[in-house]
Design a protein around this ligand. Structure first.
Ligand SMILES: Cc1ncc(COP(=O)(O)O)c(C=O)c1O
Length: 413
């Protein structure tokens, strides 16, 4: 069969719905300044769908730094990969500041979180080594594991007893291969909002020999006393061997970093294919990241505000009888029961009649019959936004129960 004919007839699990949902449920366009209120289809909506946790995206100092970075250096600089011709003092300064913030010896920048963590996993292990990872790991970890030529064992999400079993298996295996073990988990799981059990995992180092890589995409800037992440929150920064953070969430930018022991970071610098064979992070992003990191460190009120809104939102949702699962972070899932068509009608109602924009997740990401709405509070939402949203959610929950969404809503697409 011709490759393109095959792709046209089987458009993938999400692509097969594209015709019906494109532009509304998928690939929606949020316009205007980034913030709690944005324009969707020409109308202002209260927006709970961006990982702009600290509200930095539109912070005046950030906007100024972004503009100055672009004006001074342009988007092209530096040309080439860091190793060949694209290294600069500012890249190195950013790495030093990130390492200091994470209390690690060194850090390496990556151009995209997704690509960076995949490539780091690829560089860290060889076919003699074993990867042990959490079953609910983000796609970038799964893809990194796919690159691994050796064995991989998965443990059910946050199941430490099972992790121990997998570590026993892995330990036996590496005795034959003369390899090593890499455990991978997340700081905050981005869908459910619960934390990886880092403290319990590092306890297992007393019994097993392994190194731990933590993807803390959602925890960096939001968790821990200083915002250094879930390892700080759980008091195990030293025992997390490699800490990964992205700039795409709290920092409202693009890029990311991996922090750890100096020699291991140097190993990554010389062995991470996605960085060796790709153009360096552009200067405006580096300048912008330095400013964001400065604000993240020096303006704790940003994180305090985020948590004020988070506590209000999650507390009131619980008070009103909503099921919000086991979240231990700002990520706020709301679980409802209904079919996929009901979910679509509900979201349509929420957007068009209540002017609330949030993300929705249905089967196969959550079990059949479950509708998960995902709210991301930020430092720049207000308590009035929370109250308005709780009222709207109570109203749509009642309508869902009464079967209102079984009837098709007006077609908009
Ligand atoms: C847990 C996790 N890791 C990694 C990534 C990828 O980061 P980036 O957007 O910087 O590529 C994400 C982004 O959604 C994430 O949620």
């Amino acid at each position: 069969m011709d490759l393109f004919e095959k792709l046209k007839s089987n458009r993938g699990p999400l692509g097969s719905y594209a015709k019906e949902v494109h532009g509304y449920f998928t690939f929606p366009k949020l316009e205007g300044e980034i913030g709690p209120r944005m324009i969707f289809r020409g109308k202002e909506r209260l927006n709970w769908s961006l990982n702009n946790y600290l509200g930095l995206a539109n912070h005046p100092e950030v906007r100024k730094a972004d503009a100055e970075g672009a004006a001074r250096y342009g988007a092209a600089m530096p040309m080439g990969a860091r190793m060949m011709s694209g290294n600069t003092d500012l890249h190195e300064q950013l790495e030093r500041e990130l390492a200091d913030f994470e209390k690690k010896e060194d850090a390496i920048l990556v151009n995209y979180g997704y690509q960076g963590i995949m490539s780091a996993i690829d560089a860290l292990v060889d076919r003699h080594d074993v990867i042990v990872y959490d079953s609910e790991s983000h796609a970038c970890i799964i893809d990194g594991v796919r690159l691994h030529m050796g064995k991989r064992y998965v443990f059910p999400h946050n199941d430490i007893k099972n992790l121990e079993i997998q570590l026993e298996r892995a330990t036996k295996l590496i005795a034959d291969t003369n390899g090593s073990i890499l455990v991978i988990t997340e700081g905050v799981f981005g869908m459910s909002g619960d934390q990886g059990r880092l403290k319990d995992i590092v306890e297992l180092k007393k019994k097993f020999q392994f190194r731990l890589l933590v993807d803390d995409a959602h925890g960096f800037g939001t968790m821990g006393k200083t915002g250094a992440g879930v390892s700080e929150e759980q008091g195990c920064m030293d025992e997390v061997d490699l800490y990964f953070g992205t700039f795409a969430k709290s920092m409202a930018l693009i890029g990311g970093f991996i922090a750890g022991d100096a020699q291991v970071v140097e190993y990554l610098r010389y062995n991470m294919r996605s960085q060796i064979f790709a153009k360096a992070l552009p200067m405006p992003l580096v300048v912008g990241a330095l400013k964001r990191l400065e604000l993240l460190r020096t303006q704790p009120e940003l994180k305090d505000n985020l948590w004020k809104i988070t506590h209000a939102l999650q507390g009131k949702l619980r008070e009103e009888g909503f099921e919000i699962g086991k979240t231990q972070s700002p990520v706020t899932p709301v679980f409802l029961n209904g079919s996929i068509p009901e979910a679509a009608n509900l979201i349509f109602d929420l957007r068009e009649n209540y002017n609330i924009f949030c993300s929705m997740v249905v089967y196969p990401v959550v079990p059949k019959g479950v509708i998960m709405l995902r709210l991301i509070p930020t430092a720049i939402h207000s308590l009035e936004d929370v109250d308005y949203t709780i009222k709207a959610f109570s109203s749509i929950k009642d309508k869902l129960k009464a079967g209102h969404y079984e009837r098709a809503m007006e077609k908009v697409m």
